[in-house]
Design a protein around this ligand. Structure first.
Ligand code: SF4
Ligand code: SF4
Ligand code: SF4
Length: 264
């Protein structure tokens, strides 16, 4: 189950991959709004650039290249945090407020609360969180600072083709379905905040067909941690019970014990 998530009012983001032309204006807009520095990249014989998300690159366009004779074609994929309805990163984070859900249902972060444990990296089914020189979590926050001011995210505002749309998640999904689009993320992990309309399998873009949070995260959060807390309070309870029913331990008892040991 998602954490206190109101599916009716939840905001979402629809990525219609068929409309993407690979211009990467969204990458630039994100850098500009979030004041993220440029990075040196290396040409590896493909026009995809950069080739991975980084602590200062919150979204990027993946180029899926196919060659047929002397013809080269691409499919484009907008890679970013998917704002999962059931977010492994929030679930595992031990520092309250470092990763949290805002009132629109978006997964945002606060670097000042991040303790650099990096648990969120292993809990994310989509390999999204990154850590930079400051050793603090970094990822797309759906332009929290813009949407809380009534604006749309910078990348959606900039996209020239209507590939990226922000709004009420249910309405976006209904519209995409009415247009007979095949969706990814409608119900996975209590619904992803980013829903993709795509042709073909999600695996072609590097997405898992059925994303899930690693079992170890559930064991840690829902079993081991509560048991540890239970054990702690159980010990306190046992001590209190002993105090109430038997009374405090007398110093005489200790003395006689010590003397007994000393005479052996
Ligand atoms: S994609 Fe990863 S970082 Fe983003 S909300 Fe989901 S678990 Fe968290
Ligand atoms: S929503 Fe904002 S932070 Fe996220 S990728 Fe777009 S511009 Fe960047
Ligand atoms: S701005 Fe729009 S069309 Fe251009 S790469 Fe980004 S998503 Fe694709």
């Amino acid at each position: 189950m998602g954490e206190n998530l109101n599916q009716a009012t939840r905001k979402g983001f629809l990525v219609d991959s068929s409309r993407c032309i690979g211009c990467r204006a969204c990458q630039v807009a994100c850098k500009q709004w979030n004041k993220l520095p440029a990075e040196k990249t290396v040409n590896k014989g493909n026009i995809e650039n950069p080739r991975d998300l980084t602590p200062v690159l919150y979204n990027r366009i993946k180029f899926i290249e196919s060659v047929d004779g002397d013809k080269v074609s691409w499919k484009f994929f907008s890679e970013r945090c998917l704002h999962c309805g059931e977010a492994g990163c929030i679930k595992v984070c031990p520092s309250p407020g470092a990763l949290y859900r805002n009132s629109d249902g978006v997964v945002v972060f606060n670097k000042e609360k991040c303790i650099s444990c990096k648990y969120c990296v292993s809990a994310c089914p989509f390999n999204v969180p990154r850590y930079g020189e400051d050793d603090k979590v970094a990822k797309c926050d759906l332009c929290h600072s813009r949407i809380t001011g009534g604006m749309v995210p910078a990348c959606a505002k900039t996209c020239p083709t209507g590939c990226l749309t922000y709004g009420n998640r249910s309405a976006l999904i209904a519209k995409a379905k009415a247009a007979k689009k095949t969706l990814y993320g409608e119900t996975d992990l209590s619904g992803l905040g980013i829903v993709y309309a795509m042709d073909g399998s999600p695996e072609q873009f590097g997405l898992p067909a059925t994303p899930s949070i690693p079992l170890s995260i559930f064991l840690w959060k829902d079993v081991i941690k509560p048991l540890g807390i239970l054990g702690f309070w159980g010990s306190i309870g046992a001590m209190l019970l002993h105090y109430v029913t038997i009374g405090p331990k007398r110093i005489d008892d200790d003395d006689s014990d010590e003397k007994g040991v000393g005479h052996e």
